[in-house]
Design a protein around this ligand. Structure first.
Ligand SMILES: [Zn+2]
Length: 336
């Protein structure tokens, strides 16, 4: 086994090794041996999300000591190297799931990445004021989506009324809703601080603002149905839809759009899955198993999920890494 080799490599040469760690390693080897024997005898298999065949060879995905080759090539020919990304990788990226049960991990450097929508928007829509901020990828996609909406005949009436929110502001919104409509209403419609996707900087809320100065709620119907139907081509999903309330915890909100990137927005919409379901769905595609292939407006992508943060990353080419904010990381690689 490579166990001994790894041990020596970590300790280096010529260093006195106390017998206690050696005993621990010995005990570990016995436990591992029992585990392997129990597997060979048909013992309980590690859980597999979809009942598919377990990965082969058996691989620990928690970085807990199983030896995984440093270099591997995917079935489609992508050469990859095993890379430790660090714990924060689980909590950052375009695919992170945020809801009242899966709170956002506020990164220290987020403010420096956010961009003012008013200062960087195209001319095809309005924004409430200079306090609306987004991450660059969400803002760029928003500009392109609403430019194309206008090009295909849509009116300039979409008003972006919300983007990034701080925890303090979300608390204020929640308290305000309780005050105005009661606790039950607030819990149905307003996320608690930490539980709002708006913290991510990847979310916009639309309202409507007409040239005569009047305004209305955005409901995604009429000419705006184009936006709700096509947002996937720009990386956005309609996050809260009827029928998914028990999963998302939020009632139907046709004005709330979440950026998750084009390939995954296309796949989630195609499968009819809300983000809670989609994050589970992606677990069917571990690196060691069959990968997900996505055909979308931007080309063809291959994606895989890894539990933990020790992840196979492509050695070259265009790829994105995102945590799921739950337990692992998704790698999405452009292949055509
Ligand atoms: Zn919203």
């Amino acid at each position: 086994m490579n166990k001994h080799y790894r041990y020596r490599r970590r300790r280096g040469r010529g260093v006195y090794i106390s017998p206690l760690p050696l005993l621990a390693v010995g005990a570990l080897a016995v436990v591992l041996g029992v585990f392997l024997v129990s597997r060979a005898l048909g013992g309980a298999e590690p859980e597999s999300p979809d009942g598919a065949q377990p990965p082969e060879p058996p691989v620990s995905q928690d970085g807990g000591g199983a030896d995984r080759p440093r270099q591997l090539t995917t079935a489609s020919g992508i050469a990859c190297t095993l890379t430790e990304l660090g714990e924060e990788a689980v909590y950052t990226g375009d695919l992170i799931l945020v809801n009242n049960w899966t709170p956002f991990h506020f990164p220290a450097d987020q403010a420096s990445q956010l961009m003012c929508v008013l200062e960087n928007k195209s001319g095809s829509y309005y924004v409430r004021d200079a306090t609306v901020y987004l991450l660059p990828q969400a803002l760029d996609a928003l500009n392109r989506m609403l430019d194309d909406f206008q090009s295909q005949g849509g009116s300039k009436s979409v008003n972006v009324v919300a983007g990034h929110r701080t925890a303090e502001f979300q608390q204020h919104l929640f308290d305000q809703s309780v005050e105005r409509n009661g606790q039950e209403h607030a819990e149905k419609y307003v996320a608690k601080p930490g539980g709002s996707e708006h913290h991510t900087g990847l979310v916009v809320d639309f309202s409507l603002f007409y040239s005569d100065g009047s305004s209305a709620e955005y409901n995604g119907s009429g000419e705006y149905a184009w936006i709700n139907a096509n947002c996937r081509n720009y990386g956005y999903v309609v996050r809260y839809e009827t029928g998914k309330e028990a999963l998302t915890g939020i009632w139907d909100e046709p004005w709330h759009f979440r950026y998750i990137g084009v390939p995954h927005a296309a796949q989630a919409a195609e499968q009819g899955l809300c983000l809670e379901e989609y994050i589970d769905y992606l677990k069917q595609f571990p690196f060691e198993g069959e990968h997900l292939t996505i055909q979308c407006a931007e080309g063809t992508y291959e994606a895989w999920y890894t539990r933990g943060t020790e992840v196979y990353l492509p050695d070259s080419g265009e790829y994105a890494v995102s945590g799921n904010n739950v337990d692992g990381v998704i790698v999405t690689c452009k292949i055509g």
